[in-house]
Design a protein around this ligand. Structure first.
Ligand code: HEC
Length: 97
């Protein structure tokens, strides 16, 4: 579980680290990128509302956290998620496993 959260924040970091400033900030605080519970709740809502339209709602436990990265990369545009929603849905899925 801890490992998964670390992996998630690394992805968040990669996404947010376009400027050197973002990296500098990340090193001074404990974990600024991790989604909050409210964001994960948003992710759950978006998941339940968007991901069952074309097929049955997938089971978060049916794929590994790493597989979900690729799946979300192909499914988020299909579900017309914003970048933030993409991240939140991913964080919800890995937290629900
Ligand atoms: C516009 C229709 C559509 C939406 C919305 C959609 N999907 Fe899919 N999904 C598909 C289709 C078509 C496939 C099968 C073909 C493929 O893999 O591209 C698929 C396949 C999948 C698979 C199986 C992939 C595999 O490799 O086994 C998963 C898991 C999945 N979707 C998850 C999601 C999630 C999570 C969301 C919400 C973010 C979502 N889908 C939204 C159309 C959609």
């Amino acid at each position: 579980m801890k490992k998964i959260l670390v992996a998630t924040s690394v992805i968040g970091l990669l996404a947010a680290s376009c400027t050197p400033k973002a990296v500098a900030t990340a090193t001074t605080t404990t974990n600024p990128i991790k989604s909050t519970e409210a964001q994960i709740a948003q992710g759950k809502l978006a998941f339940e509302n968007s991901c069952g339209k074309c097929h049955k709602l997938p089971d978060p436990a049916s794929h590994t956290a790493v597989e979900w990265v690729g799946i979300m990369n192909s499914m988020a545009p299909k579900a017309k998620l914003t970048e933030e929603q993409h991240q939140w849905v991913y964080d919800y899925i890995v937290s629900a496993k």
